[in-house]
Design a protein around this ligand. Sequence first.
Ligand SMILES: [Zn+2]
Length: 243
Amino acid sequence: MRKFFSGIVVVLLLLMGTVWSAGKEPEAVQTIGNKAARLVAGEGMIRLMEQELMEQSQAHPEVALTFDDGPSPKYTPLLLDGLKERNVRATFFLLGQNVKENQELVQRMQAEGHLLGNHTYNHVQLNKIPETTARQEILKTNNEIYEATGKYPEYMRPPYGAWKKNMELCVEMLPVFWDIDTLDWKSQNVDAILKAAGEEPEDGSIILMHDEYQTSVEAALLLIDRLKEKGYEFVTVDELIVP
Ligand SMILES: [Zn+2]
């Protein structure tokens, strides 16, 4: 969708340039859409361009794969291999307690272009604990990620999707939720995970998975192959949020 809008902007800018260079009065610019389109290219041509842009955007919906609770020394490397083979980047919400023991894996994630986020230190439900503890859970994890990568994460996935109102202000992090829950931890079944992900996720979907099970890794890679064939593009969460 983003590409569609940027395409439209490019078209408008081109048209604007043409009108300005033709020495029109500023008011003319305000009615630029139709008038200039007819002047410059004719309605048919504009319709064709819009149609093409629309088709392009529909042909390449974007989705973000997100993996919580890792890294797992057993399964994350398999997932990273598969993602690399497919040239796909994903988002990993890491547990602080797993980062220290797996610094090399975390560094590999970063080196291969994945986005790293925070999933608290001990997988706590943030709205059920005192605010100071909640802050510590988040900041301690940020520090672990910084120790491993030299970069503080900006995004976090609150465990259970439980976020305290306005907490993003005090920890200066953006909470990231999801719209497709594959329940991979529950089923641990490749077919069930694929079914939960759906045949055609909506453009902009954020898919929740966990890189802690063999079945999740297998399902994620199959899902990528399946959706890529349909023209989907895989992006990191920040790319979905910030155009
Ligand atoms: Zn979790």
